[in-house]
Design a protein around this ligand. Structure first.
Ligand code: NAD
Length: 487
């Protein structure tokens, strides 16, 4: 058994209690994790608040903050193999993906390192001749970052990077499912040279998340997770009136027209829904395909889905590993059973695999004639694709937008004018045309509706961690004339 510790005020400790973390590939405990108490949350927020006000951090130049973030990026790159191995072990995310993703996480910190001294205020051409008025962009304060277990180094980088670039301090709560990579990240962060308390890392469940997101000293809650938890976060923020950014789930349409490059579209659909074993918020989990090519497209998809290499997550050859938790696997089984009873037809997969660990195979459900099947609206967070066909462009748009979510979408067509019409018509925060699942630190990421609000990535994300202060300076040398006239 390996042991992990929490990180508060620049020191490591075992937490208020300990719990076992399971290896999803075997279902057995492999490491002991620290569970924070409400008192630990208080300590962590107090440390972040002290750091926020401390001269070491508050008076540090933005350029110096950027240099610390660059040092952190280098340390992440150096430690990428260990971080990848831990994320794979603790969450079942396959090593192929964790290795590539963690190397790219360093680029997010580099991007925000570069942005730190480019977050600018403004000077206003004010309508009074004896006044100078300008806006200072100041850090918003202590940030509570609450993240899920999937892609957690990435999902925390898009919060910690812009928050620290802006001059905030952070208390990060890792999910109670698979927190090892973030607890290890705390050790790496500790070597980068930030003042103590600038980042604190805890783990634990709903009680810890609730104490953190409702804490009186927290100014902003940056949350990634499911819509139900997001409602708790919003209720919690009624206590401290903190601002929020919510990155929630999706049921993203993947639309293929009959003029699409089919080989590209099939490959993008396979990775769009089965990569990360389907545990991706942007999973292209609803295939909306033109009726004319549906059979041919499904036949190629089925062939590729059945050829996917299912295996141990730490094997570089593996393409689909186990789901992170037993609960998720059981939910997939139950929703598929109900969807089949509602008329969806299984094209492939659909049954949990008969082996140890939380394995579930790539699954395709044909939902033509079963438009109300639960699989079309339920976010599986598993490798499950639901298929519906269309005849006209208007029908494709209607099906694509028939969801309470609005995170991502894909459109495959060779027709340029149609692509532009679809870009305008689709209600989602991201439209990928003739590609899918591309991300970059430079591009904002987020959704609307049940997919949340606020954006992560890009310059906009950093502005979320700032507040504007209007400064008025009277330039006249003469005394203020009349105390009772509004100026
Ligand atoms: P979850 O909502 O169950 O948990 C997310 C985090 O919230 C965890 O750290 C959890 O401990 C914490 N939490 C739980 N109850 C809380 C409460 N009452 N108050 C405060 N915090 C609380 O999500 P999950 O199952 O871990 O992750 C899967 C979800 O995350 C999916 O819906 C997925 O789409 C979403 N997700 C979204 C994105 C995105 O960027 N849009 C990315 C990845 C995952």
């Amino acid at each position: 058994m390996q042991n992990f510790q929490q990180y508060i005020d620049g020191a490591f400790d075992d937490g208020a209690s300990r719990f076992d973390s399971l290896d999803p590939a075997t279902g057995s405990a492999w490491a002991e994790m620290p569970a924070a108490s409400v008192a630990d949350v208080d300590r962590a927020v107090d440390a972040a608040d002290r750091a926020f006000l401390s001269p070491e951090w508050a008076l540090m130049t933005a350029t110096a903050r950027g240099k610390l973030l660059l040092r952190l990026a280098d340390l992440i790159a150096e430690n990428a193999p260990r971080l990848a191995e831990l994320e794979t072990r603790d969450t079942g995310k396959i090593i192929r993906e964790t290795s590539a993703q963690i190397a790219y996480v360093a680029e997010y910190y580099r991007y925000y390192a570069g942005l730190a001294d480019k977050i600018e205020g403004a000077h206003l051409p004010i309508d009074k001749p004896d006044m100078e008025v300008w806006l200072r962009r100041e850090p918003i304060g202590v940030v509570a970052a609450v993240v899920p277990w999937n892609s957690q180094l990435f999902l925390s980088a898009v919060k910690i990077g812009p928050a620290l670039a802006a001059g905030c301090t952070v208390v990060l709560k890792a999910s109670e499912e698979g927190p090892a990579p973030l607890l290890e990240f705390a050790r790496i962060f500790d070597q980068a040279g930030f003042p103590k308390g600038v980042l604190n890392v805890l783990t634990g469940g709903a009680e810890v998340g609730a104490a953190l997101s409702s804490h009186a000293k927290v100014a902003h809650v940056a949350f990634t997770g499911g819509p139900e938890t997001a409602r708790h976060i919003l209720r919690n923020s009624a206590e401290n009136l903190a601002s929020t950014s919510l990155e929630l789930g999706g049921k993203s349409p993947f639309i293929v027209f009959d003029d699409a490059d089919l080989e590209s579209a099939v490959n993008a659909q396979v990775s769009g829904v089965f990569a990360a074993t389907g545990q991706s918020c942007v999973s292209g989990s609803r295939l909306v395909v033109h009726a004319k090519i549906k059979d041919a497209f499904l036949a190629r998809l089925k062939e590729k889905a059945e050829a996917v290499v299912i295996g141990e997550p730490d094997d570089m050859a593996t393409e689909v590993g186990p789901l992170c938790t037993k609960r998720q696997r059981d939910t997939a089984v139950a929703v598929i059973e109900r969807s089949v009873a509602q008329g969806a037809k299984l094209v492939t997969g659909g049954q949990a695999l008969d082996r140890e660990g939380f394995y579930f195979p790539p699954t395709i459900l044909d939902c033509d004639g079963a438009q109300d099947a639960e699989c079309l609206s339920h976010e599986f967070f598993g490798p499950v694709l639901s298929v519906v066909s269309f005849e006209t462009e208007a029908e494709a748009v209607a099906i694509a937008n028939d969801t309470e979510f609005g995170l991502a979408s894909g459109v495959f067509t060779q027709n340029l004018t149609r692509a532009h019409r679809m870009i305008r018509a689709i209600r989602a925060g991201i439209v990928w045309v003739n590609t899918y699942r591309a991300v970059s630190p430079i591009a904002p990421f987020g959704g609307h509706g049940l997919s949340g609000h606020g954006r992560e990535g890009g310059i906009e994300a950093a502005l979320d961690y700032t507040k504007v202060k209007a400064v008025w300076l009277r330039t006249a040398d003469t005394p203020i004339p009349d105390p009772f006239v509004m100026r």
